[in-house]
Write a protein that binds this ligand. Structure first.
Ligand code: ATP
Length: 451
C-alpha cells in the first residue's frame, strides 16, 4: 500500500554559495523516478525578521507517496544529499531535516503558523520528535529543524503563488548573470499572471538575484503554466543547469497574522500594530525616516529605511493624530536607537485635519490687519481701524496622504510582501491535478534532453 511522506529541510546554505532550493531541486531530480509527487516542491518563507537567516528565511518541503521500501530509499537519499551538499564547514550552517509520514499533525501546522511571526527555539522544535509519525534529524546544532518543521506544516492551504527557478552551472557561480535584458521586459508584458519581474519605477530587473548563489533567475506568478511560459520567453546567455517550479507562500503577506499591543512587542517578531502618530516623521542620518506611534499601552519608534525610497516621502506626510496600522519587523534596541518597527507596509485608517491661520483684512481699506496684541483683536496699519472681535481666518489644508495602504517599491519588497499587483488575488482553494504536477515536473527535469 502507498504511503505519504512529507520531507523538509533547512539551513543548508551559507552566504558563500549554495541555497536550500538548489539542494531540493537536486533531490527532486534524483528521486523523481522512484516515487509519485503529490505536489510541486513547496518553498516556504518563514518569519523574515529572525536573526539567524542567511537571506530570505526559506525552507523547502517535498511531498510524495510510494511503497514503504521506495520511501526508505528516498529517506536515505535525502539524508545523504543534505550531508554531502550542506556547507557544514560554515558554523552558521546548521541543517535540520524533518520527515512526516501520512497526515501532517495539527500541532505541526500550528507550529508552522507561529514560525511565520515568532522566534522559536531549537528545543521547542525538538519536542515534535515525540510524535509517532514525525522524525527530526539535526546536523551541527540542528537549528534547521525549526525551518524544516515550519515548511512541512504549511501545505499551502491558504493563498499561494509559484516561482520558476533556473539554476546556473557551477563554473559560473559568483560571476555576473548573463541574460538578454530586453527578453525579460518582453516576457513580463506577455504574461499578465506573473508579477514583480521588473520594477518599472526604478528601472530594475528583479528576476536575477545578485549574490553568489546558484539561482540564475526566479519568475513569480499565479499559475505554474504562466511562470513556465514567462521562462520560455526569457533568453539566458549562459548555460542553465536545472529548472524547477516551486509552489510557495511568497508574496502572500502570511507573516502578518498577529496583532500586538505596543507593550507586548519583542525583538525579531513580525507584527501588525494599530496606533496613532505621536511624534512627527523626521529624517535621520542615512536618510531613514522615523516617527512614533502610540496605542493605549505604550509608544514605539517606526522606521522606513533608505532602501524603501519613495515610501519614505509618502509616509513623511503623516502627522500627529493620524491613525495607522503598521506591518513590520521589530528591530531590537541598539546603542543609538530604541526598539523600532521596521515598516514593510502601512495602512492609513484616519487622518486629522490640518489648518493654516491668517490675519483677516480691513473692512475699510482692504489691507491685511496686524495683531493688536494677545486677545486684543486686530488693527489696520494703513487706516488705523481697530477690530476687537475679529478672529484669524482658518483654512483647511489638503493632506498629501490618503486613507489607503502604502507599500515600498518592488525593489524593496521582501519575499513575503504581497505586491499591489496581487492585492485582489488569492489562490486559496485552487486545485491542481496530480497528473499536471507529475507531467510538469517531468518536463522540467528533462529540459536538458529536450533543448
Ligand atoms: P536562504 O533564503 O538562502 O535559503 P535562509 O535565509 O533561509 O537562507 P537559513 O540559513 O536557512 O537562512 O537560516 C534560517 C535559520 O532560522 C534556520 O536554521 C531555521 O531553522 C531558523 N528559523 C526559521 N524560522 C524560524 C523562527 N520562526 N524562529 C527561529 N528560528 C527560525
Amino acid at each position: 500500500m502507498k504511503k505519504e511522506l512529507h520531507i523538509a529541510f533547512d539551513d543548508t546554505d551559507s552566504l558563500k554559495g549554495s541555497c536550500t532550493t538548489h539542494l531540493a531541486t537536486l533531490i527532486v531530480h534524483e528521486i523523481f523516478d522512484q516515487v509519485d509527487f503529490i505536489d510541486f516542491p513547496n518553498l516556504i518563507r518563514l518569519n523574515p525578521n529572525i536573526p539567524h537567516k542567511t537571506r530570505g528565511n526559506g525552507a523547502v518541503a517535498i511531498r510524495i507517496e510510494g511503497d514503504n521500501s521506495d520511501l526508505e530509499v528516498v529517506r536515505d537519499v535525502v539524508i545523504t544529499t543534505v550531508k554531502k551538499m550542506a556547507r557544514l564547514e560554515d558554523e552558521n550552517t546548521n541543517p535540520g531535516i524533518a520527515f512526516v509520514s501520512n497526515a501532517i499533525p495539527k500541532e505541526v501546522k500550528q507550529f508552522s503558523r507561529r514560525a511565520m511571526w515568532d522566534v522559536i527555539s531549537i528545543p521547542e522544535a525538538e519536542e515534535f520528535n515525540s510524535l509517532a509519525n514525525v522524525e527530526l534529524i539535526k546536523l551541527g546544532n540542528g537549528r534547521g529543524i525549526i525551518g524544516a518543521l515550519g515548511a512541512i506544516g504549511n501545505p499551502l492551504e491558504d493563498d499561494f503563488t509559484y516561482e520558476h527557478l533556473a539554476y546556473r552551472t557551477a563554473k559560473n557561480f559568483g560571476t555576473k548573470r548573463m541574460i538578454d535584458r530586453e527578453s525579460i521586459f518582453a516576457a513580463d508584458k506577455a504574461t499578465p499572471l506573473t508579477f514583480s519581474n521588473v520594477d518599472y519605477e526604478y528601472n530594475s530587473v528583479m528576476i536575477t538575484p545578485r549574490g553568489a548563489d546558484p539561482v540564475f533567475a526566479g519568475i513569480r506568478g499565479e499559475t505554474f503554466v504562466e511562470v513556465m511560459k514567462a521562462w520560455s520567453l526569457v533568453k539566458p546567455l549562459e548555460e542553465i543547469a536545472m529548472l524547477m517550479v516551486y509552489r510557495t507562500n511568497q508574496h502572500t503577506n502570511q507573516h502578518f497574522i498577529k496583532e500586538f499591543p505596543i507593550n507586548q512587542l519583542k525583538p525579531h517578531l513580525s507584527v501588525v500594530v494599530h496606533g496613532t502618530i505621536s511624534k512627527k516623521p523626521h529624517y535621520i542620518e542615512g536618510s531613514h525616516l522615523i516617527f512614533s506611534i502610540r496605542d493605549g499601552t505604550d509608544e514605539i519608534d517606526c522606521a522606513a529605511y533608505e532602501p524603501t525610497k519613495r515610501f519614505r516621502g509618502e509616509l513623511s506626510n503623516l502627522t500627529i493624530g493620524d491613525e495607522v496600522t503598521v506591518f513590520g519587523g521589530v528591530r531590537p534596541a541598539g546603542k543609538n536607537h530604541p526598539m523600532t518597527i521596521n515598516i514593510e507596509r502601512l495602512r492609513v485608517s484616519s487622518l486629522v485635519k490640518q489648518f493654516s491661520y491668517e490675519n483677516p483684512f480691513c473692512e475699510k481699506c482692504g489691507a491685511r490687519l496686524k495683531s493688536a496684541g494677545k486677545n486684543k483683536g486686530f488693527k489696520c496699519q494703513k487706516c488705523s481701524a481697530v477690530y476687537r472681535e475679529k478672529k484669524q481666518i482658518e483654512k483647511e489644508l489638503p493632506r498629501k496622504i490618503s486613507i489607503k495602504e502604502y507599500l515600498p517599491p518592488i525593489i524593496a519588497h521582501r519575499h513575503l510582501t504581497k505586491p499591489f499587483e496581487r492585492m485582489n488575488r488569492n489562490n486559496k482553494n485552487k486545485q491542481i491535478g496530480k497528473s499536471d504536477i507529475i507531467e510538469t515536473l517531468k518536463l522540467l527535469i528533462n529540459f536538458k534532453k529536450s533543448s
